[in-house]
Design a protein around this ligand. Structure first.
Ligand SMILES: Nc1ncnc2c1ncn2[C@@H]1O[C@H](COP(=O)(O)OP(=O)(O)O)[C@@H](O)[C@H]1O
Ligand SMILES: [Mg+2]
Length: 250
């Protein structure tokens, strides 16, 4: 009998090596992110927590390839095809960046149209994504007619419809009440599961962070990925008097 093959290391959706990002120059320079490193394998579910201004958005934008680090290196070992990568990385921006002149359904369909997805399939995916985030009834509305929370859900639908392998969501529940926020996180988790994707969510909300396997912390531009004590375990949370039991979500 041959010896069992070693378990392959999970492929990395994104890897950051000592990345930093400074905005501006000279006396006005702001260091948003200091040399920070991290690895995000497919299948991982990671929360990045930290106060406002700590560099979460900048970090996520670099992981998405939208922001170029001023030092260090970001790579996507598991997404090697540069041309395909854009479609494989789904970003939910902190302020939902919907196209004002397009309806909800057109906004969600836009990336699919740009990627040349056939009409029938695009329509099917858009319908499914709108249902998942529970905004089907808003399909023909314009972004200006939506509340902040509704726009946020549409922005999530737009990402889900493109079926990315790496989902980066920047405070996606920031404008939602607790129940809707929890639902949205469940949708993101279920979608990530279905797509076998990596999911990274930046959040202020400890209940959101608690739903994810791993918790990283951003503090004054430095990312800490190794706070073992923060790793999610099955220990029940005691800090929120009103939390439901684990698994209590739909
Ligand atoms: N485009 C930019 N130009 C100048 N400063 C920026 C820019 N983006 C972010 N910053 C600054 O970088 C720091 C980190 O910001 P950000 O990444 O948005 O943090 P967070 O998402 O945790 O609130 C802040 O001090 C912010 O003002
Ligand atoms: Mg931010």
């Amino acid at each position: 009998m041959s010896s069992p093959a070693p378990t392959p290391r999970p492929a990395l959706a994104v890897s950051c090596e000592d990345v930093a990002r400074t905005f501006g120059r000279g006396e006005r320079a702001v260091v948003a992110v200091h040399g920070s490193s991290c690895e995000v394998p497919f299948g991982s579910r990671i929360a990045i927590v930290g106060p406002s201004g700590s560099g979460k958005s900048t970090m996520l934008h670099m992981m998405a390839g939208l922001e170029t680090p001023t030092a260090g290196r970001v790579s996507w070992p598991g997404l090697p095809d540069v041309a395909e990568r854009r479609g494989q990385i789904g970003v939910v921006f902190q302020s939902p960046s919907l196209v004002p002149a397009l309806t909800v359904v057109e906004n969600v369909a836009l990336p699919l149209v740009l990627d040349g997805v056939p009409d029938a399939e695009a329509q099917e995916r858009v319908t499914e994504a709108l249902e998942l985030v529970q905004v089907t009834e808003l399909a023909t509305q314009l972004p200006e007619e939506l509340s902040g929370g509704q726009a946020q859900r549409v922005a999530v639908a737009r990402v889900l419809a493109s079926r990315p392998s790496l989902i980066l969501a920047d405070e996606p529940t920031g404008q939602l009440d607790r129940a809707n926020g929890q639902h949205l996180v469940e949708v993101l988790l279920a979608t990530a599961e279905q797509l076998d994707a990596a999911l990274v969510i930046s959040t202020h909300d400890i209940e959101v962070a608690d739903r994810l396997q791993e918790r990283w912390r951003m503090h004054e531009g430095r990312l800490k990925t190794d706070e073992a004590g923060l790793k999610r375990t099955s220990v029940p949370r005691a800090t929120h008097a009103d939390t439901t039991t684990a698994g209590g979500q739909r």
